[in-house]
Each structure stands twice: as structure tokens, then as C-alpha cells.
Design a protein around this ligand. Structure first.
Ligand SMILES: Cc1cc2nc3c(=O)[nH]c(=O)nc-3n(C[C@H](O)[C@H](O)[C@H](O)COP(=O)(O)OP(=O)(O)OC[C@H]3O[C@@H](n4cnc5c(N)ncnc54)[C@H](O)[C@@H]3O)c2cc1C
Length: 416
């Protein structure tokens, strides 16, 4: 019952189907309690009030102190049947929760999400390290923290802690921060982080973690707290999907364009590995709802997946990076520009990078204070495959951050 499961279950129940929803933790899943919402509240408070008690209060308000009564009542109010406990798929159309066996005439929707992946580093197990759960639930501001992992979750929380005066070290194995995104964006973040006093250690190989006298040390750094933010994992073994012929050792559940994993089985969200974002889970949920209700359904497309890293500046990206587009054998052209007049006025650091092929944008990255908002324009262009020439003919308001896109488009069209 994360964002995807809650949407599917609620809408199907509203449509009159008999729906049993199984949840082992909180109805709502990772996003409202330990993910998107509280982390963005923390980032917002870091940028505005800068008062730690205000942040703690707001996070508790937003999560109802990690109580899901409102969400659970919303679902049962729609006629759904909520079963608390860990569900295992025990056969076609069958899910077992404790000693209760649920049988579905229509099918099963798997929306079990993902969990923090903790690497098997010597000395780490058994120490009081944090994952995103503890980092978000914790009410005490640490004096120092090492963030292991410079991906989206790691950099967001690192910058947030730094804004409250915490001594922050980010330790990342790759040669740059947010390594899944364009190298220019990673380099920019590293510069901004370093400028704010965050100790960034890239290309760091962590062989072991030591914990003694309430302090962690690894990769030459030492701190009171350690936040492990090294990615997410999908545990298919715990779900027992072998009972319906799926490979339990796979990294994610393979699905077709209508989210079908097997006869009478659909899967959505983080569990299918097409992008661990709430908007992805909701997008796929919509397909499954329509499919089950027999409504016309569009097949899932993934050429324009947007994602935002909510640092300052925000890094928004859509579609493949330049390197990914080249790996696909596309005849790629790129343009990289700064934030133009608005960037100058705001004294904001940032960049726009466009990746084009065959006369259309296939990917784009924007790092800007409102990078996630500027991304809307770029997502539309990539999604609808708007010709570059049409993008060049468009009028871009002056002086906005999104106007920086216009200069980069011009560079691409001028290049032929
Ligand atoms: C710190 C952080 C920040 C994030 N920020 C953003 C953001 O800004 N924007 C964004 O789009 N995404 C963000 N995400 C990702 C987003 O939270 C996830 O992509 C989203 O929650 C996935 O939704 P889901 O539907 O796959 O299920 P999940 O939210 O993962 O929920 C799955 C649910 O299934 C339950 N469950 C699992 N197995 C079982 C079982 N066997 N039996 C019963 N119940 C089970 C779990 O308890 C959980 O409640 C963030 C994640 C983190 C960790």
C-alpha cells in the first residue's frame, strides 16, 4: 500500500470490486512517511526557517507521527478490506498473510516497493547506522554525519543537514555525485557542496566501517552518525513470487507494457525497476486500474521519465543522459549552457544540457534553483518529440530560468 498500491486498491474498491489490501507497515508506503514528503519538508525548512525544532514539528505533523489511520480509513471508507501483516504469494491468485489465505478471482497487483540497500561492508552490520528511516524519524540534530552514497537521497539529506550546521562528509564510490545523471550536474553539485563546507569524497572505496565510543569512521572520515544511502533493493524472495513462476533472485519483477508479470498478476512501482519514483508508481498504477476495469489503456512508455534531485540547485533530468543515448547508438548532438539572464540576476549557479538525436530532444538536464519546475517544459518536449525547429520557434519569457533552454536549443539547430 505505497503510493501505487494505494491508488490501485482505492480506485478499484471505489469502482465496486472486492479489494483486499495487504500492508505490513504503514498504509501510504515509503513516500509519505520516510521518503518524498518528509525529506522535502526537511529541505524546505533548511532553506527557509533553518530551525531544527520547527523541522521536527513539521515532519511529525506531515506523517501524523508515523500513524496511518487517515490513509487506512480513506481506503476502508471506499469499501476496501485492509489486512495488516506480511503477505506472501503462495500460488496463482493466492496471497497468504499469517494464517489467513486470500484468494482473488481477478488477480493480484504487486506493489511492494523497495527498501534501503545496505552494502555488505565489513564492520557495518550491528552498528547503529541510519537509513532514510532513522534520518527522517530522528529528532536530535547530530553534530557530524557521514553520508555513504552520493545518489539523489544521499545528496538531498547531506545538503539539508549541512544547512543546519552539521559537519557533513559525503563518501561516494563513483567518481562523481549523482552518478546516474549527467557528469556536468555532478560536477556542479560537488562545487556547490564544497563551497558550503561539505567534505565530498568521490572515488572512495570503503573496505570497512569502524564504530567505537559513539563514533563511526570509514574512508578516513569520522562522525557521530552514519547515513547509509547506497541505493534501494527489491526483495522478491520475501514476497515468494517463485510460487507464480517468477525468478526470486531477479533485481525487479519483469513486466510487459501493460504491467502484466504473469497471468492474473500485475506489478508496479519500485518493485518493477523502471524508476524508483512516486510518479512512476502512480503512472503504472493508472495503467493497471484501467486494464482491470476493462477501460481503454495506453501502454507504458519510458522514453521521457522525469526525475528531480531536490538539492539547491535542483537537478531535474528527463530521458537518457548523453552517455546513455550514445550507448543506444543514437546519432547524438549536445548543447550545454548556463542559466542566462535570470541566473545572473539571482546569482544562481546552474546549467542546461540538451541531448538531441534525429531532430528532436531525447534527453535534457537542468540544474537551477527551480530545476524541477523548468523540467516540465523539457519533459513535454521529450515526451511529445517536439521537433527542435519548433522549439526554436517558440517564445520564451524574459528573464526566466527556462529561457536558458532557448539558447541551448538555438545552438543545436544552428549546428544543423
Ligand atoms: C528519502 C527518500 C526520498 C524520496 N524522494 C522522492 C521524491 O522526491 N520524488 C519521488 O518521486 N520519489 C521519491 N522517493 C521514492 C519514492 O518514495 C518511491 O519511489 C515510492 O514510495 C515507491 O512507491 P511504491 O508504490 O513502489 O511503494 P512503496 O512506497 O515502496 O511502498 C511499498 C509498501 O509495501 C509494503 N510491503 C512490502 N512488502 C510487503 C509484503 N510482503 N506484505 C505486505 N506489505 C508489504 C511496504 O511496507 C510499503 O508500505 C524517495 C525515496 C526516499 C527513500
Amino acid at each position: 500500500m505505497g503510493p501505487g498500491g494505494e491508488d490501485v486498491a482505492g480506485r478499484l474498491a471505489e469502482a465496486g470490486l472486492r479489494v483486499a489490501a495487504v500492508e505490513s507497515n504503514l498504509v501510504g508506503g515509503e513516500c509519505p512517511y520516510w521518503g518524498c514528503i518528509p525529506s522535502k519538508i526537511m529541505i524546505h525548512e533548511a532553506e527557509t526557517s533553518r530551525e531544527w525544532p520547527a523541522l521536527v514539528r513539521r515532519v511529525r505533523e506531515a506523517t501524523d507521527s508515523w500513524d496511518d489511520k487517515v490513509a487506512a480509513d480513506r481506503f476502508t471508507g471506499k469499501g476496501g478490506h485492509l489486512v495488516r501483516g506480511h503477505g506472501r504469494v503462495t500460488g496463482p491468485g493466492e496471497v497468504t498473510v499469517g494464517d489467513q489465505v486470500l484468494r482473488a478471482a481477478r488477480g493480484i497487483v504487486i506493489a511492494t516497493g523497495s527498501q534501503a540497500a545496505v552494502p555488505p561492508i565489513e564492520g557495518l552490520a550491528g552498528t547503529p547506522y541510519w537509513t532514510n528511516h532513522e534520518a527522517i524519524e530522528n529528532a536530535e540534530l547530530p553534530e557530524s554525519i557521514i553520508v555513504l552514497g552520493g545518489g539523489a537521497i544521499g545528496v538531498e539529506l547531506a545538503q539539508m543537514f549541512r544547512a543546519f550546521g552539521v559537519a557533513v562528509t559525503v563518501v561516494e564510490a563513483a567518481d562523481r555525485l549523482i552518478a546516474l545523471e549527467e557528469p556536468e550536474a555532478g560536477a556542479l553539485l560537488e562545487k556547490v557542496f564544497t563551497g558550503r563546507g561539505i567534505d565530498v569524497r568521490t572515488s572512495a572505496k570503503v573496505a570497512r566501517v569502524d564504530y567505537a565510543d559513539g563514533r563511526f569512521s570509514l574512508a578516513g572520515a569520522e562522525a557521530e552518525r552514519l547515513l547509509v544511502a547506497t541505493g534501494r533493493r527489491v526483495d522478491l524472495k520475501a514476497l515468494g513470487v517463485g510460487a507464480i513462476g517468477l525468478d526470486e533472485s531477479a533485481r525487479a519483477i519483469p513486466v510487459d507494457a501493460r504491467m502484466r508479470a504473469a497471468e492474473g498478476v500485475w506489478a508496479i512501482g519500485d518493485a518493477v525497476g523502471k524508476g524508483a519514483f512516486t510518479h512512476m508508481s502512480m503512472y503504472q498504477a493508472n495503467i493497471v486500474v484501467k486494464e482491470i476495469l476493462g477501460e481503454p489503456v495506453h501502454e507504458a512508455e519510458y522514453h521521457a521519465v522525469p526525475r528531480v534531485t531536490f538539492t539547491d540547485p535542483e537537478v531535474g533530468a528527463v530521458g537518457p543522459t548523453e552517455a546513455q543515448a550514445r550507448e543506444r547508438g543514437l546519432d547524438v548532438r549536445i548543447a550545454v549552457g548556463d542559466l542566462g539572464t535570470r541566473g545572473y540576476i539571482a546569482q544562481a549557479e546552474g546549467l542546461v544540457k540538451l541531448v538531441a538525436a534525429d531532430g528532436v530532444l531525447v534527453g535534457a538536464t537542468v540544474a537551477a534553483p527551480p530545476g524541477g519546475e523548468v523540467l516540465g517544459l523539457l519533459t513535454l518536449a521529450v515526451h511529445a518529440r517536439v521537433p527542435l525547429t519548433r522549439l526554436d520557434e517558440m517564445i520564451y519569457a524574459y528573464p526566466t530560468f527556462h529561457r536558458a533552454v532557448s539558447a541551448a536549443v538555438k545552438e543545436l539547430t544552428a549546428a544543423g
